[in-house]
Write a protein that binds this ligand. Structure first.
Ligand code: PFF
Length: 450
C-alpha cells in the first residue's frame, strides 16, 4: 500500500492535529452546541454529549484515521480498495458515497450560516447594536435572512473562500490555513471567556446551567440530538477525518491523537457555552432561543455590555475562522475523489465540488425567504431537513458502518499495522469499536424512532 498520498501530506503531527481540530471545531461548537444545550435544558444534555464523544466519537474517529491512512486516497476509493484487500463486498464503497452526499448536505446549510456570521462582523462593527432592544435584534436578523440577495451574497463569498483554499491543495491551502487560523481562534476564545467572566456578573450562572443535572429534562430525542451533535462536532461519519487521515504520516499514534482532538473540540464547545450563557443571563434573556441564540440573543447581549461593539466583532471573526477550517474538510473527500477519478488538478476539483455545493446551498439560502413556506419533512424547511437528516441520521449511520467495517471486516493485519503505536489501549479500542459504538447508536435510533 502507498506510503504517501498523491494529494500531499501534513508536515508534522501537530499539523494533523491542527487540521483535524480545525475540522472538528466549527459552527457545531459555537452556534449549535450552545443552542442545543439551551433547548434541552443544560446539564443532562451536556453529560450525554460528553459520554458520546468519548465512548463513541473517539473510537470512530480513530477508525476513520486508520482507514484513511491505510488507504491513502479519497474515502470513496479508500473504502473500495480496503474492502477488496479484505475480501469484502464492493458495497462497502457505499460508505464513501454516502459520506460525500452527507458532505454536500451539511455544506449546503453550513455555508449559509457562515455567511450570516460574516455579515454580523460588519453589523456588530457598525455599532448598530449598542443599546439596542430585543425588537431591533430580531428585526436585524430577519431583515438579513429574509433578503434573498444578502443571504446568497454572503453564502457565495464564504463558498468562494472555501474553494480558493481547497484549490491550493493540502500543503499550501489546508495546512497554511489551519496553521494561522487555529492559534488565532484559540486566543480569541480565551479573550472572550475572560470578557464574559469579567463583565457579565453572571458567569457562575452559566457554569451551573451547563453542569448541573436536571433529569426531568431527559428524553430520547434529546439523547438523539446529543449523539448527532457528537458526530457533527467531531466531523465523523462522512469521511472528512478519513480524508485527512490519508495525509497523516505513518509513525504517529492514532488513539492518542484522536483523544487530543476530541479534548480540544469539547473544550471549545464548553468555552463557547461559557461565553454565551453568562451574557444571555446577565441580560435576562432566554437560554432556549434555538438557532437564533447566536444571531439574535447574543448580539443583543453584546449591545448592553461595556466594549460590546469590539468584542462582538471579535466573536463573529472567531465564528468565521472556525467555519472556514471546517468547510475545507467538508469538501476534501469529494475534491480528492474528483482529482483521482478525473485525473484533473486541484483547482478544477475544488471548483467542481464547491460549485455543486454552492448550488445545493441555494436551497438552504432560500429557506428563510422565498422558500420559507416550503416544507420537506413535517414542518421542516429545506434547511432544517438537511440539518436533521445529515446530522441525526446519515452521520451516525455512516459512523456505525465505519465502526463495523473496521471492527469486523477489515483485515486484522492492516488494523494492527496501523495501530502499532497504540498497544496499551488497543484492546479497549477494539472492544469499543466492535461492540459499544455500534450498539449505542442502534439503541438511540431504536428508542427515538419507535
Ligand atoms: N465539525 C464541524 C463543526 O462542528 O462545525 C462540522 C463538520 C465538519 C461536520 C466536517 C462534518 C464534517 F465532515
Amino acid at each position: 500500500m502507498a506510503s504517501e498520498s498523491i494529494h500531499g501530506m501534513w508536515s508534522s503531527r501537530l499539523m494533523f492535529i491542527l487540521a483535524a481540530a480545525g475540522s472538528a471545531v466549527g459552527l457545531g461548537n459555537i452556534w449549535r452546541f450552545p443552542y442545543l444545550a439551551g433547548e434541552n435544558g443544560g446539564g443532562v444534555f451536556v453529560l450525554v454529549y460528553v459520554g458520546c464523544i468519548f465512548l463513541i466519537g473517539v473510537p470512530i474517529m480513530s477508525a476513520e484515521i486508520l482507514l484513511g491512512r491505510a488507504g491513502r486516497q479519497s474515502p470513496i476509493n479508500t473504502m473500495r480498495e480496503l474492502a477488496a484487500t479484505s475480501g469484502a463486498s464492493r458495497l462497502w464503497q457505499g460508505v464513501g458515497w454516502m459520506g460525500a452526499i452527507a458532505g454536500f448536505m451539511i455544506l449546503s446549510f453550513y455555508a449559509v450560516i457562515a455567511g450570516w456570521a460574516i455579515s454580523y462582523i460588519f453589523q456588530m462593527g457598525s455599532g448598530a447594536f449598542i443599546g439596542a432592544d430585543a425588537d431591533f435584534a430580531k428585526s436585524a436578523f430577519t431583515s438579513l435572512t429574509g433578503n434573498v440577495w444578502s443571504v446568497v451574497g454572503w453564502h457565495t463569498l464564504f463558498m468562494a473562500i472555501t474553494i480558493f483554499i481547497a484549490a491550493r491543495g493540502v500543503g499550501k491551502g489546508l495546512e497554511t490555513t489551519v496553521k494561522y487560523l487555529m492559534p488565532a481562534l484559540f486566543v480569541l476564545l480565551v479573550v472572550l471567556v475572560i470578557y464574559a467572566a469579567a463583565t457579565s456578573g453572571h458567569f457562575m450562572e452559566g457554569v451551573s446551567f451547563l453542569f448541573s443535572l436536571n433529569f426531568e429534562k431527559f428524553s430520547w430525542s434529546a439523547v438523539l440530538s446529543a449523539m448527532g451533535q457528537a458526530f457533527f462536532t467531531l466531523s465523523l461519519g462522512m469521511g472528512a477525518i478519513m480524508a485527512y487521515g490519508a495525509y497523516m504520516p505513518k509513525d504517529i499514534s492514532i488513539l492518542g491523537t484522536a483523544t487530543i482532538i476530541a479534548l480540544l473540540d469539547t473544550t471549545v464547545a464548553l468555552m463557547s457555552g461559557l461565553i454565551i450563557f453568562p451574557l444571555v443571563f446577565a441580560n435576562g434573556l432566554e437560554s432556549s432561543a434555538g438557532p437564533g441564540l447566536m444571531f439574535i440573543t447574543l448580539p443583543l447581549a453584546f449591545g448592553q455590555m461595556p466594549g460590546g461593539q469590539i468584542f462582538g466583532v471579535i466573536f463573529f471573526v472567531l465564528v468565521t475562522f472556525a467555519a472556514i477550517t471546517s468547510s475545507i474538510s467538508l469538501v476534501e473527500p469529494a475534491v480528492a475523489w474528483v482529482v483521482e477519478k478525473m485525473n484533473t488538478s486541484r483547482p478544477v476539483g475544488a471548483l467542481a465540488v464547491g460549485g455543486l455545493a454552492w448550488f445545493v446551498g441555494l436551497g438552504s439560502a432560500f429557506s428563510t425567504n422565498i422558500w420559507a413556506g416550503i416544507t420537506i419533512i413535517g414542518d421542516m424547511t429545506f434547511f432544517d431537513t438537511m440539518d436533521y437528516v445529515a446530522n441525526n441520521i446519515m452521520l451516525p449511520l455512516g459512523g456505525v458502518l465505519i465502526a463495523l467495517f473496521t471492527g469486523w471486516i477489515l483485515d486484522k493485519k492492516i488494523v494492527e499495522d496501523q495501530m502499532f503505536a497504540d498497544t496499551t489501549y488497543y484492546p479497549l479500542w477494539r472492544f469499543l469499536i466492535r461492540f459499544i459504538a455500534p450498539a449505542a447508536v442502534m439503541v438511540v435510533f431504536i428508542m427515538t424512532f419507535i
